[in-house]
Structures are given as structure tokens and as C-alpha cells.
Design a protein around this ligand. Structure first.
Ligand code: HEC
Length: 187
């Protein structure tokens, strides 16, 4: 019953509200992180496959570029992801998320804490597993999860391999390109 009302609240109010309810009801942090990840990963893959891969690589109708406003191009998958993360950050301090990599195109997307670095190294070595840990930042305790971010379609590797700021030029489809970091404040 409780579970159902939590799901209904989630549908009605969006993910942020659902997460707060989940934490208050005592769901383990790991489960909350896994649920959040499911949603963001599905959205990320849908945008990349159905919009970016289809329109830029398959049908060659439009390009995707970080300067999408100036170039009349599609925003990059990483930008779509970050715009969402920034909106969440404006709404709540309960959790935050980011897309990072050990070999980032944008240096700001490199690991920012020792645990992030450890997590990104772990998912690179274990492409089908998730890294879970706890860290203290600014006097606050966090549950931190790192999920492998795979090159799910050709568009991912074509763009990264050809990008002038990319440290990698030999990425292949299926490979782990980085990780999604989800950080939840521990009560
Ligand atoms: C059209 C080009 C393009 C496509 C397609 C693309 N990326 Fe990126 N990606 C970028 C750029 C440029 C950045 C840096 C954006 C920024 O300024 O934060 C980036 C950022 C990232 C990052 C954060 C680390 C970094 O390199 O800065 C990861 C991880 C990543 N992309 C993985 C992927 C995956 C996986 C896919 C496919 C699902 C993908 N990208 C598709 C261009 C692209």
C-alpha cells in the first residue's frame, strides 16, 4: 500500500518528490540510487538513440554540437544530461548527479573527489558493475554510486573520437566511456 502510494506520488510529482518519499520511508540508499539511475539512464539512451543517432548519423539531417544555439544543432547528450542535473540542483539538496570521465573532453567533467576517481576506475575495470561508497564533503556525509556509461551507439564514439578536445581517439561501441555519479545526502 505504502509502496503503491509512493509510486503514484512519483508519477504525479516527478522524480524529486518520489526520491524524498523513498528516503523518508527508509529505502536503502543503494536502492534509491539504482532507481534514480534507471530513469536517467533510460532518458539518456532514448535521446541518444532516437534523436541524436537517428538524425545525425543515420539520416544526416542535422548535427549535434555543444554550440547548438549558434549552429542550429542538437544539444549533445551530455548537455541534455547536465541541464537536467542543474535543474535538480536548483530544486533540492537531497541528491545530485553528474556525468564524468577519466578522459573527459571537458576538463570540468573529470573526477572531483578521490571516491569519484576510485569509482570511475572501478567501472572501467568492471563494465557491468556499479561502484558504491560513502564520502564526507563539507561536513556532510554522502552515499555515492558510480554507474558505467557505455557507448551505446555509433554516434557516441564518432563524435568523441573526432572531437578536438578529446584525449581518446580509439573509442569503440560498447566500451565504458565514463560514469554517472549519483550522490545522496545521508541522514
Ligand atoms: C555530437 C557529439 C557527441 C555525442 C554524439 C556524444 N558525446 Fe559525449 N560529449 C561530447 C562533448 C563535446 C562533451 C563535453 C560536454 C561538456 O562540455 O560538458 C561530452 C561529454 C561526455 C562525457 C563526460 C566526460 C567528457 O568527455 O567531458 C561522457 C562520459 C560522454 N560524453 C559519453 C558519451 C556517450 C556514452 C555518448 C553516447 C551515448 C556520447 N557521449 C555522445 C560530445 C558528444
Amino acid at each position: 500500500m505504502k509502496r503503491k502510494s509512493f509510486l503514484m506520488a512519483g508519477l504525479a510529482l516527478g522524480l524529486g518528490a518520489a526520491t524524498a518519499a523513498a528516503a523518508a520511508d527508509g529505502l536503502p540508499y543503494q536502492r534509491v540510487a539504482d532507481m534514480l539511475y534507471r530513469v536517467m539512464s533510460a532518458d539518456r539512451e532514448v535521446y541518444t538513440r532516437m534523436v541524436v543517432q537517428r538524425l545525425t548519423v543515420d539520416e544526416k539531417i542535422i548535427t549535434a554540437s555543444e554550440h547548438f544555439g549558434d549552429d542550429a544543432a542538437l544539444p549533445l547528450p551530455a548537455q541534455m544530461f547536465r541541464f537536467g542535473a542543474e535543474m535538480v540542483m536548483d530544486e533540492t539538496e537531497d541528491f545530485s548527479y553528474a556525468l564524468l570521465s577519466l578522459d573527459p573532453i571537458n576538463r570540468k567533467n573529470g573526477p572531483g573527489t578521490p571516491l569519484e576517481k576510485e569509482g570511475l576506475e572501478f567501472v572501467l575495470d568492471n563494465p557491468d558493475e556499479t561502484f558504491y561508497g560513502e564520502e564526507e564533503l563539507g561536513g556532510e556525509r554522502y552515499f555515492t554510486a558510480v554507474y558505467p556509461d557505455h557507448a551505446v551507439v555509433e554516434a557516441c564514439v564518432v563524435c568523441h573520437n573526432n572531437h578536438k578536445d578529446s584525449p581518446r581517439t580509439d573509442l569503440e561501441v560498447g566500451e565504458v566511456m565514463g560514469g554517472v555519479v549519483i550522490r545522496i545526502v545521508m541522514d
